[in-house]
Design a protein around this ligand. Structure first.
Ligand SMILES: NC(=O)c1ccc[n+]([C@@H]2O[C@H](COP(=O)([O-])OP(=O)(O)OC[C@H]3O[C@@H](n4cnc5c(N)ncnc54)[C@H](O)[C@@H]3O)[C@@H](O)[C@H]2O)c1
Length: 423
């Protein structure tokens, strides 16, 4: 039978995946966000993962974008790439996974395979999603329909490690389905695939990738806090330590985004539900979550040491996205710095050439100013928060032009030649 694929959820993960599959298969992209569908049908991807040419090529070879379930009812492979956020109490919010499974259940047929790609804790696919599919479709799991899991590993904004160039872990609900899921991905992933022994193993493998990174960054952040009290430059320490072959070279910083700062909570939630308290992972989360406040306090202390008045001081924040050279603001921790500085009574201007001001207003409403280099406003301190290429290019003269007198530069990313303080 001819393979026809529906990709459910066309965000940072779903769209590039749909594009990659469309080179070999008939693909329909489904999303509940109608404005996203309209934009995609007009060959515009606001996440900037695909450019206009890639979008037009995919549309030309037949890729469709829709919010109409009817149009995915004749697919036989359903791949789910919806968000897996946390709620205000850091607990997994499985609503998008449940809702999208309900939608698929309505069109599910005999012998279809539903593959989940969203990052979850081990057990979500078979214990949460599959029962929803069974209930909505009236079909029986592993008799009438099957499931797979293949975690996504893309890195937003990274034009080198694109979806087909990253080895993909795969798994299926029976040995035969596992082989079929693996073969499906192997047909487009040039980097190859790794068939995991079960869906739970594949789910766990993804969540620990991000947990490991989170814990390692927390260690470096903790070291930065210690070295700061000692007056030692952490970046210099890391450069020296990294001369040993087995040193893991990471730099301190804000841990934002919807992956590294979120996924560990999926694992800790499940661990705690099973009676195990994951102290190391939660401790790491706490350290990383506290970095924004620390940086704001450091900015204030540095300004006081330079005889700056704090109340009503003008502070410029360069960059608000959670990482460099991409427009992704999800769970950005730069907002922690901004909010803490506002508590001290400072006036904070935020500039980010990658961010759509309307989108920022919608999510955080701090407001994005026009390029400050083109205005005459002067700042009492500048916080360099994101290593966008536009900020790497700034010179000492640029900082001078932006400053009231001798520039006070707080460099979170280690990209300023002569910062007043760097993390
Ligand atoms: N972005 C990354 O770098 C990355 C990397 C690896 C894994 N992941 C994981 O992949 C998953 C998706 O992440 P993303 O960054 O693409 O999210 P995203 O927010 O960019 O996109 C998700 C899309 O799903 C749509 N959606 C939500 N509910 C839906 C529903 N019920 N039916 C259909 N569509 C629905 C949204 O409208 C949105 O367009 C998450 O679990 C994430 O943790 C993301």
């Amino acid at each position: 039978m001819k393979t026809k694929i529906a990709i459910i959820g066309l965000g940072y993960v779903g769209l590039p995946l749909a594009h990659a599959f469309s080179e070999k298969y008939e693909v329909v992209g489904f999303d509940i966000n109608t404005s996203r569908i309209d934009e995609l049908n007009n060959a515009y991807d606001r996440t900037l993962e695909l450019d206009e040419t890639q979008m037009k090529e995919a549309i030309q070879r037949g890729m469709k974008f829709t919010n109409n379930l009817e149009l995915i009812s004749d697919c036989n492979i359903y791949i789910v790439t919806v968000p897996t956020p946390i709620d205000g109490s850091n607990r997994p919010d499985l609503t998008p996974l449940i809702k999208s499974s309900e939608s698929i259940g309505k069109v599910l047929k005999k012998d279809d395979i539903v593959i989940y790609e969203s990052t979850v804790y081990p057990g979500v696919t078979e214990e949460v999603c599959v029962p929803v599919l069974e209930k909505t479709s009236g079909l029986k799991f592993n008799q009438d329909f099957f499931a797979g899991y293949s975690p996504e590993r893309i890195n937003p904004g990274d034009k080198e490690h694109t979806v087909t160039k990253i080895l993909k872990v795969t798994a299926g609900s029976t040995p035969e389905i596992a082989k079929r899921v693996d073969a499906l991905y192997a047909s487009i992933i040039t980097a190859g695939t790794h068939l995991a022994s079960s869906i739970k193993v594949a789910e766990a493998s993804k969540v620990i990738e991000n947990t490991q990174r989170d814990v390692n960054i927390a260690l470096v952040n903790e070291l930065a806090l210690i070295f700061d009290t000692m007056g030692i430059d952490t970046n210099d320490v890391i450069e020296a330590a990294a001369t040993k072959w087995n040193f893991i070279k990471l730099t301190p910083g804000l841990v934002g985004g919807h992956c590294i700062g979120v996924d560990p909570y999926y694992l800790t939630f499940k661990a705690e539900e099973l009676g195990y308290k994951p102290n190391l992972i939660l401790g790491a989360r706490q350290i990383n979550n506290g970095m924004g406040k620390y940086i704001a306090e450091k900015t204030i202390k540095t300004m006081i040491s330079k005889d700056k008045r704090i109340k009503d001081a003008n502070i410029l924040i360069l960059g608000v996205t959670f990482k460099e050279d991409c427009p992704d603001m999800r769970n950005t921790k730069v907002v922690d710095v901004i909010e803490e500085l506002k508590i001290y009574g400072c006036n904070v201007d935020v500039y980010d050439p990658w961010v759509d001001p309307e989108e920022e207003k919608h999510h955080y409403s701090h407001g994005i100013i026009a390029n400050p280099m083109e205005s005459n406003k002067k700042y009492d301190a500048i916080v360099v928060a994101v290593a966008h290429k536009q900020f790497i290019a700034l010179t000492q003269d640029d900082y001078k032009k932006l400053s009231t007198d001798t520039p006070i530069i707080i460099d979170i990313k280690g990209i300023v030649e002569k910062p007043t303080w760097r993390l």
